[in-house]
Design a protein around this ligand. Structure first.
Ligand code: HGY
Ligand code: MN
Ligand code: MN
Length: 411
């Protein structure tokens, strides 16, 4: 059988994407399945049911990662595909979900053909990739790959006060499998680009070279609530002002540095959050990213000194908490070459690029040969219900995944 003639069944794959997208669906479109929420449980139940229908041996580990395994002809570490099915609060149906469901589609194609592989195959669903509810992001894969302590992760308290370990118990995904018990031979992740590059250049496949560094910091600012009308400006201890100034400064640091530097204030909360009361407390997060570690550290230093100087000048007390900090990673060049070659052989336009978003793959990269395949995002939009990738783009990405996995699993 010529492996180059194998193709995924787009209707089946797209049908599962749409069906999973209905779990936690938002009224105006898009999906909300925050990690370890009831919607996440329902999504997990659906995906593990599909895994069992495909004859996979399903395990759940202690941080809730789900693995579906298809035995190969010889024992040994599996070729692993995976991603996540948790979403941001108002996200799209493709982010993460595509990578998990395309992995199941690869299994379905092999089952249809009765095709055995030499190496075992595994499809992984990793807990809390988004990090929106519980920081850090890539939590499940970080624990799985030994970059985050299990007990530390289980003790994490979310933005709603819930605790990871208790939420895993509540949704029935506090597994017994030791984390990281399955060490993959290699790891592939199909994912939407979530940015504008492929679409703007009219390119179908991204051969991802690595993932940029990520730095998430939460600042808790304490001032003095006071009357908005009677308090002279010279007497104010305005926590809200510093939070706003941090958001502006983060943006100007990114603008001045240029290049790949980006900065985002995604969360900002005032207390008591009333029109006529000077905020006595503010909470703000800053997400800094860069493909270059030294530049990312420079951005962190600039922001930190701004916060300290301004807090001093305003007589405010600030405490900073690191929510996530991951250095840039590069994927195995031979794996990137493989993705690029297979895409070309299939007649797809392809280019190399770094990932602006974090992914579970970045946790596997230091431990095993790892690569990602990107497909375009319409308008470069993601983490937004308007996220969209066309069916033929999905087919192309999944066909590349099918072929690169077989390349590794047949030898
Ligand atoms: O934040 C990220 O890059 C990913 O979506 N967790
Ligand atoms: Mn993702
Ligand atoms: Mn995401």
């Amino acid at each position: 059988m010529n492996l180059d003639d194998l193709h995924v069944d787009l209707d089946r794959l797209h049908g599962r994407l749409v069906a999973l997208g209905k779990i936690g669906a938002l009224p105006g479109g898009g999906v909300s399945r925050l990690a370890l929420s009831d919607a996440d449980r329902a999504g997990r139940d659906q995906v593990t049911a599909w895994m069992r229908d495909l004859g996979l041996a399903v395990t759940v580990d202690r941080i809730g990662n789900v693995l579906g395994i298809r035995s190969g002809e010889v024992d040994g570490p599996p070729v692993m595909m995976g991603s996540h099915i948790d979403t941001v609060k108002a996200g799209g149906i493709y982010d993460g979900n595509l990578g998990v469901l395309a992995g199941l589609e690869v299994i379905a194609v092999l089952n249809d053909l009765g095709l055995a592989t030499k190496r075992s195959l595994a499809v992984g669903l990793f807990t809390n990739e988004e990090g929106s509810r519980f920081a850090p992001d890539m939590m499940g894969s970080a624990v799985h790959q030994g970059f985050l302590d299990l007990e530390e992760a289980l003790a994490v308290r979310g933005i709603d006060g819930a605790e990871v370990g208790k939420e895993l118990e509540r949704i029935g995904y506090a597994g017994s499998e030791p984390t990281g018990s399955v060490r993959p031979h290699c790891y592939f992740e199909l994912h939407i680009e979530q940015g504008p590059v492929l679409e703007q250049e009219g390119i179908l496949i991204g051969a991802v070279e690595g993932v940029q560094g990520i730095s998430w910091t939460e600042y808790l600012i304490k001032g003095v609530s006071n009357h908005a009308g009677t308090t002279p400006m010279r007497m104010r201890c305005d926590a809200g002002y510093l939070a706003a100034a941090i958001a502006v400064e983060a943006r100007s640091i990114a603008r001045e540095m240029g290049g790949d530097q980006v900065a985002t204030t995604g969360l900002i909360e005032f207390k008591p959050n009333l029109v006529n009361v000077i905020p006595g407390q503010a909470l703000i997060t800053v997400d800094l990213r860069n493909t270059d570690e030294a530049l990312l550290q420079a951005a962190e230093r600039r922001l930190t000194s701004f916060v300290e100087q301004t807090a001093d000048a305003e007589g405010l007390d600030v405490s900073a908490r690191v929510l996530a900090r991951f250095e840039p990673v590069s994927f195995d060049p031979s794996m990137v070459d493989l993705v690029e070659r297979v895409a070309r052989d299939r007649g797809f336009t392809v280019r190399r690029l770094p990932s602006g978003a974090g992914h579970d793959a970045q946790m596997f990269a230091p431990n095993c040969p790892t690569a990602m395949i990107f497909v375009p995002s319409a308008g470069g939009i993601s983490h937004n219900p308007a996220e969209y990738t066309a069916p033929e783009q999905i087919r192309a990405g999944a066909d590349v995944l099918l072929r690169v996995v077989l390349e590794k699993a047949m030898k």
